[in-house]
Design a protein around this ligand. Sequence first.
Ligand code: ZN
Length: 440
Amino acid sequence: MFKIIAIILLAISTAGAGYFGWTQKKSNVAVTAQVAELEAKVEESDKKVEATEEELAASKEMLPPLMTKAQELEAVKAAFSTGTVLKDLEAAYAKEKKGLSTERQLGLAGVRLLTNGTKDPATVEAFQKALEMTDWKGQQKVICAAQNALAAAGEKIKVMSECAPEAPAGKADAHGAPAAKDAHAAPAAKDAHGAPAGKDAHGKDDKKGGKKDAHGPADAHAVHWDYEGAMGPENWGKEFPTCGKGKSQAPLNIKGPFEKVRFNVAPDYKQGQLKIVNNGHTIQVNVPAGSKIRIDGKPYDLLQFHFHRPSEEHIDGKPSAMVVHFVHKNTEGELAVLGVMLREGNENPGIKTLWAHAPKSEGPEVMPDGVMFNPANLLPKEMDFFHYDGSLTTPPCTEKVKFFILKTQVNIAKEQVTDFPFKMNARPVQPANGRPIYTN
Ligand SMILES: [Zn+2]
């Protein structure tokens, strides 16, 4: 299992670097977008990998150089989002007195990409460093191998003409297809709140479940967890151990006594092009770079925000109609979620704009032409908060996520609540296990 993950990781990271270099050479533009695209594919990796392990093994022969590298990365087991892998690898490589080989630099760049996403400037820097270390001619072979591997895996990637003779298309198709299936079937560790790519994972409602059955295996995005039934929150721990065994899980029921903190949270959100997606679990708005929040003076970038119905957090035992979670990450990869509870009341103009463009069913992100949105439209004026240390509220339930739930709630019309295409996508409240809840 590990080897498969490592192969996919390395294929994509090497290809990411190669693709990066190639793109940079040709145009020096859209590099981040290319890497982001690859990253999005990686995000979809998950358990389903196991099902096609055999097929993948057959593709090994295509990937001997990658296999070698895969073995070097025995440490890469899971949980990129925790940053442990990256830290370990950096620590191990820091001991290399002579500096890193190009391959290792590429590997490091790939792991950094998977851990921190493209928004981390260090990711791009790591790729650039890898490229600087390589002369173009020598690198071409690696790039060809990577491009061909990706193409063979069914990815839409432009293979350089220089590479074509080394990759007969027939063979590539036969071997690579399983890898592609894996990559798509798989919202694994990264598919959650804190996901480095800024994506979020949420369950489907019952209706969608039924629909999916009708679609059967043709639906590439199989549900691995849900909000009820056999794959419901009570059973998440079977597949995602932290969900079951973690001692700092979220959400919480917020109730006193509270401990006092003196710092504040200060959002600095900017208007930008609306990018909105129905990912089959929630409605999520992906936020262009530039919006930030300061927590105790430290900046965190706003990656995305999304909705739960009803609110996941309870206050004195009661949920609100909905909650919006603003997901932030700092340069160290630490996550902070700002929660704004939505209670039934007057129509919310911000929500009106969002719902007008939110796709009714699962599909790709849409960017409605010329529609701008400022996430600050969903914030109350008062920023007093409750604070606790929690986790992603979706599998894999990774911990060390700081939560700030605003005391002031914001109105949403009843019709706006019912227009939200998910009937129920909230994880139940979790045991506090002695965790303090703070307030400013
Ligand atoms: Zn959430």
